[in-house]
Design a protein around this ligand. Structure first.
Ligand SMILES: Cc1cc2nc3c(=O)[nH]c(=O)nc-3n(C[C@H](O)[C@H](O)[C@H](O)COP(=O)(O)OP(=O)(O)OC[C@H]3O[C@@H](n4cnc5c(N)ncnc54)[C@H](O)[C@@H]3O)c2cc1C
Length: 440
């Protein structure tokens, strides 16, 4: 930290989105400080992200953001300004996404295909034969709607077949989300951004409806005319500190989530040859994982209990038997040769969920205080574009623009797409087009 204890902007949080915002604001000439209570960048929920880069959202702006966001990963070295990190840069593994098509209506692909078409995002419409030809390890039956293994119907003989899949070849995943955040930190530092770790923000200082800075757990005060809440699952705690609880139409809260890892079936080599599959029929998604493993995540089906967390510093971080069994057996239905191991492997972390599972990228009613929150388990992929849009929004508002009355429209730096930031407003009505799940 500099001696003056004064910055142009303080960013609370050094996860992938917080650091990307620090980078964009620093590039634009602001003196920034990212503060994080953990020991290094990307050690919060970012570190356990599945880091899947896909475009299968339910709304136009969700898909547009994701498509623009993907280009940051494709152009990662240029975006960072070169080989800035002594630890090396991440790999974007472009294995593609197969979004399975269910019969009988209410299949997520019905929302996604018109949006991919409208936005000119490359995709192929596979019938069932093509799906099974491309992914021979899969069973093409329909098992849905999603159930838990203790439901008698879980093992019922299927009567219907999937219709096929929507294939987006440009999708994939990032090899190491924590390293990607370290890459961003180095890029941010190369343009003057500063970081302080192992330091908690305990108060948001303000006078006459404007933020003036923050107080740290050490008792030290740091001043800045701009403070950005990018605290991930702690976002509601930081908003409460700022006195903003109840001032927004859309609120955020922390949801516990489990991700599991299993070995690829013998001879399948899914870890090196597989792709990302969204299987709304069984309620999971899965993708290749290093060491010939498969990572299994949840699509938040209605039958699964939701564990909302009151205190994001205190929750059960052990993989539970019930959720392990549910997700692994769901994959075993889709991939019949999968062995079901006795030893549970996986990670547990928190989503920062907004009421409609769409993020909030906005100003607030406290002058100079901004939020990039409510990322709902699906915004890792958008770190670059979200940060660019936030920097533009902050610049506009600090220059006197009334973003509430005339919302900023961000023009994607890679795709030229127009992204209307009112879609991510704190005061929007709940978006009825949302899937109310990780699919946004
Ligand atoms: C299990 C899981 C799987 C996911 N999978 C995907 C995926 O496949 N694709 C995708 O696009 N997205 C995914 N996501 C979502 C994505 O990872 C997040 O949206 C993203 O990482 C959020 O980044 P962030 O910078 O906002 O927050 P975080 O990474 O959570 O960072 C917030 C930081 O703020 C710090 N902090 C909080 N309070 C304070 C305080 N008072 N003082 C100082 N520091 C503070 C924390 O220590 C933390 O480091 C997933 C998330 C989870 C949990």
């Amino acid at each position: 930290m500099t001696n003056e204890n004064s910055y142009d902007a303080i960013i609370i949080g050094a996860g992938v989105i917080g650091v990307a915002i620090g980078y964009e604001l620093s590039k634009a000439g602001r003196r920034t400080l990212n503060i994080d209570k953990l020991p290094a960048a990307g050690y919060g929920s970012t570190s356990n992200s599945c880091a899947i880069i896909r475009f299968s959202y339910s709304t136009y702006d969700g898909v547009a953001m994701a498509w623009e966001g993907q280009h940051y990963w494709v152009n990662w070295r240029d975006y960072l300004g070169g080989d800035v990190d002594e630890r090396g840069l991440i790999d974007f593994v472009q294995c593609g996404t197969a979004l399975l098509k269910k019969s009988g209506g209410h299949s997520h692909h019905e929302k996604v295909v018109p949006l991919l078409t409208e936005l000119d995002i490359p995709f192929e419409d596979w019938d069932l034969d093509t799906l099974l030809d491309r992914l021979p390890a899969l069973n093409g039956s329909e098992f849905g709607p999603p159930k838990r293994p203790d439901d008698d119907e879980f093992w019922a003989d299927p009567t219907e077949q999937l219709l096929g899949a929507v294939w987006t070849p440009d999708a994939g995943y990032i090899s190491d989300p924590q390293l990607s955040t370290h890459n961003l930190q180095r890029a941010c530092e190369s343009v003057g951004g500063e970081f302080v770790f192992n330091t908690e923000v305990t108060a948001i200082n303000q006078t006459e409806h404007r933020v003036t800075g923050v107080t740290l757990s050490t008792g030290e005060t740091i001043s800045a005319p701009v403070v950005v809440n990018v605290a991930g699952p702690h976002s509601f705690v930081v908003n409460r500190m700022a006195g903003l609880e109840g001032t927004m139409n859309i609120s955020t809260k922390a949801l516990r989530h489990e991700v599991h890892h299993v070995a690829s079936p013998e001879g399948v080599n899914y870890g090196s040859t597989g792709c990302h599959v969204q299987d709304g029929d069984t309620g999971i998604y899965f993708r290749p994982e290093s060491g010939d493993n498969i990572l299994i995540g949840s699509e938040d089906p209605d039958c699964d209990p939701q564990e909302w967390i009151e205190d994001p510093d205190n929750y059960d971080t052990e993989v539970s038997h019930a959720q392990w069994e549910a997700q692994v057996l769901r994959l075993a239905r889709r991939m019949p040769d999968l062995g079901v191991p006795n030893v549970k492997r996986g990670v547990v972390d928190l989503y920062d969920v907004a009421d409609d599972w769409i993020p909030i990228y906005d100003k607030t009613d406290l002058g100079g205080f901004y939020v990039a929150i409510g990322t709902s388990g699906n915004q890792y992929k958008n770190a670059g574009v979200a940060a660019a849009a936030m920097a533009e929004l902050i610049d506009a508002v600090e220059s006197g623009h009334d973003h509430d009355a005339e919302p900023v429209v961000h023009i994607g730096r890679y795709t030229g797409l127009e992204i209307d930031m009112s879609s991510f407003s704190r005061n929007r009505a709940i978006n009825p087009n949302s899937s109310f799940s990780v699919n946004g």
